[in-house]
Write a protein that binds this ligand. Sequence first.
Ligand code: NAP
Length: 294
Amino acid sequence: MIDRLLVIGVGLIGGSLARALRSARHVREVVGFGRSLGNLQEAMELGVIDRAAVSLADAVQGADMIVLAVPVGTMPEMLQELGPVCPATAVITDVGSVKGTVIAAARQSLGAKFVHFVPGHPIAGTEQSGVGASLPELFVNRRVVLTPEAETDPVAIESVRGLWTATGAQVTTMSAVKHDEILAASSHLPHVLAFALVDLLVRRDDHREVFDCVAGGFRDFTRIAGSDPVMWRDICLANRDGILEILNQYRDSLADVVQAIEQGDGQWLLETFMRAKHARDNFNRKLGLNLPEA
Ligand code: NAP
């Protein structure tokens, strides 16, 4: 049970976490802090937070758990502000989609309090943003990855594990390096491809006719291009190496497809598509068709 939870960035993920913990009665009081008072006002009206803090120094007062749920590119400055004012006993965690850069920033800014920082990432979300889109059930049966460092306090890890378990999520741990490599392939690559595809098509002179003729495949493939551009810009910059590595592999794989089409190699195309269909069908069976989001 958390006595006072501070959520920094009460948007889709921060708001959903607060709602889930309230539903589970895992928290007594939720304090919100963020950029715009309008958003925090909405969060109060929706019953997501009990009160909004006007400054970070005010926000951290008496907090026993602090969750950073701002875009990844904003985490370093937020951690820098947090370092000097954060209570020495508070457990700090984050929900950022990239772990390496957030951990480096936390190590630099939190000093001795770094041992109480438990990096985390819920593999759940939607393409919508803001507290208005938050859902208490967002994390049920979804995976949350914690990427503690060697010096992370085991008691802090257990309280963050308890927080996510209370939301209905399944908590696992892995190294930050592995996390960033895996997520580059499973989440960051598909988002980059969706943005690039829509942008390619919209720059055509006949894009209206193209969009008039879209079918289910286009809708499925590009739904995630409706995601927040700021969040995805930050993820691309923060996970630069992981994303470049998988993008280069994808480019090689596309080059193989181009070559097969140029050479009329139907056998290669059929074998490749069958292998992919088989793998996708197996995932569908395993996951009950509900592939998780970012
Ligand atoms: P969101 O709905 O846009 O919420 C972001 C929140 O951060 C908003 O409340 C925003 O406040 C606040 N914020 C933004 N810039 C700020 C700044 N400079 N100072 C203080 N507050 C600031 O985004 P989200 O989808 O919840 O994403 C939040 C984090 O979760 C990101 O790190 C993302 O990588 C991670 N994540 C997202 C997903 C997903 O599918 N969306 C999934 C897993 C993890 P305002 O409302 O005032 O702008």
